[in-house]
Design a protein around this ligand. Structure first.
Ligand code: RP5
Length: 162
């Protein structure tokens, strides 16, 4: 098993259906990752340990998702020197706006790269780009991916014109 480069963490296992597309994106690019539940509110000691140790374990990026009072991404960003990508998980009420606002309004000095509500696939793709900045092979894969996106969009235009 390759050492995980990306840590996917979430506040509850109920977040996994929303977060799984991040894992799928990493799989598409052959990037090793780990996935864990690390609740900021229910298991704060474990959250602190995760944030302090992540970079020492070989992780290069953290994708953190939570819903409601979504403090996990911001707290991890306070604890780790690694880039943190925040995924607002939509819950039953407020359509995920609570999660978004909890994650996106970070104080200066403690960045979280926040994706759209439920935007875990983009979180995975952003992690690929972060890793690709120091991995030419990965950048080549991203260029191919973007070319495929373009071809798919062009084909949709052709179908509309037919
Ligand atoms: C948050 O509370 C979690 O990230 C999850 O989105 C939400 C609900 O958790 P469960 O009650 O389903 O465990 O901390």
């Amino acid at each position: 098993m390759a050492t995980p480069l990306v840590g996917i963490v979430m506040g509850s296992d109920s977040d996994w259906p929303t977060m799984n597309p991040a894992a799928e994106a990493l799989d598409e690019f052959g990037i090793a990752y780990e996935a864990d539940v690390v609740s900021a509110h229910r298991m704060p000691e474990e959250m602190v340990r995760y944030g302090r140790e992540a970079h020492t374990r070989g992780l290069r990026c953290i994708i953190a998702g939570a819903g409601g009072a979504a403090h996990l991404p911001g707290m991890l960003a306070a604890l780790t020197p690694l880039p943190v990508i925040g995924v607002p998980v939509p819950l039953k009420y407020l359509d995920g706006m609570d999660s978004l606002l909890s994650i996106v309004q970070m104080p200066a000095g403690v960045p979280v790269a926040t994706v759209a509500i439920g935007g875990a696939r983009n979180a995975g793709l952003l992690a690929v780009r972060i890793l690709g900045a120091s991995d030419p092979g990965l950048i080549d894969k991203m260029v191919s991916f973007q070319q495929n996106l373009r071809q798919t969009a062009l084909a949709k235009g052709e179908r509309v014109r037919e």
